[in-house]
Design a protein around this ligand. Structure first.
Ligand SMILES: Cc1cc2nc3c(=O)[nH]c(=O)nc-3n(C[C@H](O)[C@H](O)[C@H](O)COP(=O)(O)OP(=O)(O)OC[C@H]3O[C@@H](n4cnc5c(N)ncnc54)[C@H](O)[C@@H]3O)c2cc1C
Length: 388
């Protein structure tokens, strides 16, 4: 009995990756007795957060309802920076470029207008003069979002996890949740080591969500994504004091290419050179079967993009990585109570390749849903009901 009481938590967070680490912290700040359970280490390369850096931006072309959440996310990142003493957010600006009339730029402008987010409109000449590594065609629309930039993934996740532990949360790593079940007014969580009990359960299992959230197998599409790092001969022109993050649409390629400035040694963990990738739906896979080997096809289109739009980036690949998107049917997140559990189970999944910038606010929303059963933040557009 004493053992069972010891293993009874106010809340268990299943999966301490990006969203889970933040949820553990925000729950612990609300005085909850929290247990986070993670199958690997708190930071690892098997899920959705590998690759060291993630873009953060506010002029959200995907849906303007994300913008109030993003405003809060920026505030929460600043709080975490102050609390941890770590630099997490690098305001390099983000350059968007697309053929004239492309929806991407139209929607960035519309979202910026709606929420008064500063944007600078650049001509091709202004862009290529200000940032000499770019070679953007003449018929392109170009805008710069100065308050955008990137986040240091490793420091963000570990800072949230350590802050949670300091506040009394327990985080078990190397322990895999096999199943959970509702027993009376609490939930049992069975791992490969033991059984825990909790009043509330939060499931933040990223690409493994369909194994743990019943009924979503046909709604969650996991896709394989490839990241590459290129070493320019004249790397100085690409460092973050001179070069921004960017997203560029290339006609004929679905999605958009994106990239980051080069990090100086010791600035942010990760390979040397500039990170370059394609944000697109990607090839269907599963967390169990993903092919981690890199094929020539994975890199050929990245190199041919670089040759055309960033000619001085060169063709020397210093590193590559694979990662997974967890796509919902409409590529918007799902943050909601799990039906039929009397608000005792909350799920957050389907972050669809654009969730990291929201980590700092999603953890807070999840904590509010656990403690208060509701949140003041507007998340109706992320409800599970919309999927039918
Ligand atoms: C290549 C790439 C580029 C991206 N770029 C951007 C970007 O620029 N900007 C942006 O905002 N977003 C970006 N994203 C998206 C962002 O990284 C993800 O949306 C975010 O990391 C998802 O977090 P998560 O918590 O859902 O998943 P994860 O971080 O993978 O966490 C899930 C955790 O649950 C654990 N887990 C699963 N099952 C179990 C189990 N049974 N027992 C115990 N633990 C379990 C996993 O091990 C994992 O640690 C990108 C994603 C990728 C792949």
């Amino acid at each position: 009995m004493a053992e069972q009481e010891h293993l009874l938590y106010d809340c268990i967070v299943l999966g301490v990756g990006s969203m889970g680490a933040s949820a553990c912290y925000h729950l612990a700040t609300r005085g909850q007795k929290v247990l986070g359970i993670e199958q690997f280490d708190v930071l690892h390369t098997h899920g959705a957060h590998s690759g060291h850096t993630r873009i953060i931006r506010k002029a959200y072309f995907e849906h303007p309802d994300y913008i109030p959440l993003l405003k809060r996310a920026y505030e929460n990142w600043a709080v975490l920076e102050r609390m941890s003493g770590e630099k997490l957010y690098y305001p390099t600006g983000l350059l968007y470029a697309a053929p004239a009339g492309d929806l991407l730029i139209e929607q960035v402008k519309a979202s910026a207008k709606l929420y008064a987010i500063p944007l600078q409109i650049l001509s091709t000449t202004e862009c290529n003069d200000r940032y000499p590594p770019f070679s953007i065609p003449d018929n392109y629309d170009i805008v710069l979002e100065p308050e955008a930039g990137f986040l240091d993934v490793g420091k963000a996740i570990t800072s949230y996890a350590s802050a949670a532990v300091k506040l009394g949360a327990e985080i078990k790593t190397g322990e895999k949740v096999m199943e959970w079940k509702q027993i009376g007014d609490h939930t049992e969580v069975h791992t490969d080591k033991r059984i825990y009990h909790c009043k509330k359960l939060v499931i933040t299992a990223g690409p493994w969500s369909a194994d743990l959230v019943p009924g979503i197998k046909d709604k969650l599409k996991i896709t394989r994504q490839v990241l590459s790092w290129l070493q320019p001969a004249e790397v100085d022109a690409f460092t973050m004091d001179k070069f921004p993050c960017w997203m560029i649409v290339k006609p004929g390629t679905p999605g958009s290419y994106y990239g980051f400035p080069a990090m100086k040694p010791g600035e942010v963990a990760g390979p040397a050179g500039i990170k370059l990738a394609l944000h697109h739906l990607g090839q269907a896979t599963t967390a169990k079967t993903i092919d981690r080997s890199i094929q020539p096809d994975d890199l050929d289109h990245l190199l041919s993009f670089a040759k055309e739009y960033l000619p001085s980036a060169g063709t020397t690949i210093t590193d590559t990585a694979t990662c997974m998107y967890s796509n919902s049917p409409d590529e918007h997140f799902i943050i909601d109570h799990f039906p039929g559990t009397d608000k005792r189970v909350i799920t957050a999944w389907g972050f669809s390749g654009h969730g990291f910038k929201f980590v700092s606010v999603v953890g807070e929303v999840l904590a509010e849903l656990v403690v208060d059963g509701r949140t003041e933040m507007k998340i109706d557009f992320l409800s599970v009901d919309r999927l039918g």
